[in-house]
Design a protein around this ligand. Structure first.
Ligand code: URP
Ligand code: ZN
Ligand code: ZN
Length: 459
């Protein structure tokens, strides 16, 4: 099966031209201003942008958390991702106590493999790393997983100690991989939570008060210092505030391999959302929490200047009814997380264009940088001969309103309800097959393939 995408404005992280893309089977085989080939199928992309499929490197599908499970499974979550122009996700396979790395990854494979509508991988979230795990670590890398995650938060659940932090960073660095860190001072935060509860402060807004930006900056600084002595690259996930970002800037200035992302919610929303009546503030209970609005423009600036390398969603949805409601009267019981995988490409387009970013930078933030940093470039993240034909035809002139009534995520609310934005992923191809067209999903769940990843680039 061959496909010719004609007359689109082809944008990669470096290119920008009106031209054609020729696809044979799952791969792009030709790009150029006017290609002479004829194909089994021709798609007219005139007046549209033709971009590499977006990559969301931070999602949690069907994650058990806080006595419940995130409401998108690998099927619904990846179909929603596809509607939003995302053709690859990286989830987090979390090692539960006593489980080996292999058991952990086999468990995630058994759930993701039969359901994913787009290509997928996982970061391995390590919670135990004894010397006996070292051999297994190498086997994980051989399996095509080169990124590892550690939590400095959630004591008693996922939080690791400094020995484990050092060991993971060192092994990942030696393997050409990368360690991702959820960086907060989990211990001090626990004390702040206990203090608030002792004062009877149980509303959703106290989730945010218990986790101030300073405690995130503290976690970031510590993780980056340990990475420095382990001589290993460190990537800070879900940076929500300027002070935490500034720790990355400081570390990079000192010559360290320090990197980070922010998420769409931190680029658009702020802490006043916790004041919504009728417990609706619970919709915005995720970690780190929303912060004062003064942080938003510095984060955008950080993206523009390369202090932060990409934008993810940390998609981890819980329905308001029946799930967020578990925490009525006690913010500690509100499952942490929110929906977002479907909205990212359009939201970043809208926000980036309003701030004078180039189209190339938008593509880099939503696709190419993640492909490079997480070891899957140029298979993913660009439009070039030999790359997978993961392509989005994006109608950048289309105006629309985000709403839970029209989104495809399995979640009864939207973080961005009512927001008017420009830009719609109109047609989406995953490895050469059209999976989104005319507002319909045309694929088959389970067609997504596991992405074997390699060495991580340091941007
Ligand atoms: O609140 C969040 N972010 N839930 C998902 C787990 C995590 O910390 O990334
Ligand atoms: Zn986290
Ligand atoms: Zn997360």
């Amino acid at each position: 099966m061959t496909t010719l995408i004609k007359n689109g404005r082809v944008i990669t992280a470096t290119d920008d031209y009106i031209g054609d893309v020729f696809i044979d089977g799952e791969k792009i085989v030709g790009v150029g201003k006017t290609l002479p080939q004829t194909a089994d199928r021709t798609i007219d992309a005139s007046n549209k942008l033709v971009i590499p499929g977006a990559i969301d490197p931070h999602v949690h599908m069907e994650l058990p958390f806080g006595g419940t499970v995130s409401s998108d499974d690998f099927k619904t979550g990846t179909i929603a991702a596809a509607f939003g122009g995302t053709t690859s996700i990286i989830d987090f396979a979390i090692q539960y106590k006593g489980k080996t790395f292999k058991e952990t990854l086999d468990d995630w494979d058994s759930r993701a493999g039969p359901k994913c509508a787009i290509d997928y991988s996982y970061h391995l979230a390590v919670t135990e790393y004894e010397p006996r795990h070292k051999k297994e670590f190498a086997e994980v890398v051989e399996r095509g997983i080169t990124t590892f995650k550690i939590f400095l938060a959630y004591p008693g659940v996922f939080m690791i100690d400094d020995t484990t932090m050092f060991r993971v960073m060192q092994s990942a660095g030696e393997a050409g991989g990368m360690t991702l860190v959820h960086a907060e001072n989990g211990i001090a935060i626990q004390q702040m939570i206990d203090n608030l509860v002792a004062e009877g402060k149980m509303e959703p807004k106290y989730h945010a008060q218990s986790r101030p930006p300073t405690m995130q900056a503290d976690g970031v600084a510590r993780a980056l210092r340990v990475g420095e002595v382990a001589n290993a690259p460190v990537f800070i996930v879900h940076v929500s505030c300027e002070s935490a970002m500034n720790e990355i800037v400081r570390s990079r200035d000192e010559g360290n391999a320090s990197f980070g992302e922010t998420c769409t919610q931190y680029l658009f929303l702020n802490e006043t959302y916790y004041d919504k009546p009728n417990f609706e503030g619970a919709k915005y209970v995720f970690t780190p929490p929303l912060v004062p609005k003064e942080n938003i423009e510095p984060l955008w600036k950080g993206l523009k200047l390369g202090y932060l390398q990409e934008v993810s969603t940390d998609h981890c949805p819980f329905n308001f009814k029946g799930q967020k409601e578990l925490g009525r009267g006690d913010f500690r019981k509100i499952p942490n997380g929110g929906p977002g995988v479907e909205d990212r490409l359009s939201l970043v387009y809208d926000g980036a264009m309003k701030r004078g970013f180039s189209l190339n930078k938008w593509v880099d933030l939503c696709s190419t940088a993640s492909a490079k940093m997480f070891g899957m470039f140029p298979k993913k993240g660009t439009i070039a001969p030999g790359s997978d034909a993961d392509i989005v035809i994006f109608d950048h002139n289309k105006e629309r309103t985000i709403s839970a009534k029209t989104h495809h995520m399995n979640c009864d609310y939207s973080l961005f309800e009512g927001m008017q934005i420009k830009g719609l992923p109109e047609t989406v191809l995953s490895r050469g097959k059209v999976i989104i067209e005319d507002g319909q999903y045309k694929g088959t769940p389970g067609e997504g393939k596991f992405i074997r990843r390699g060495e991580c680039a340091q941007l």
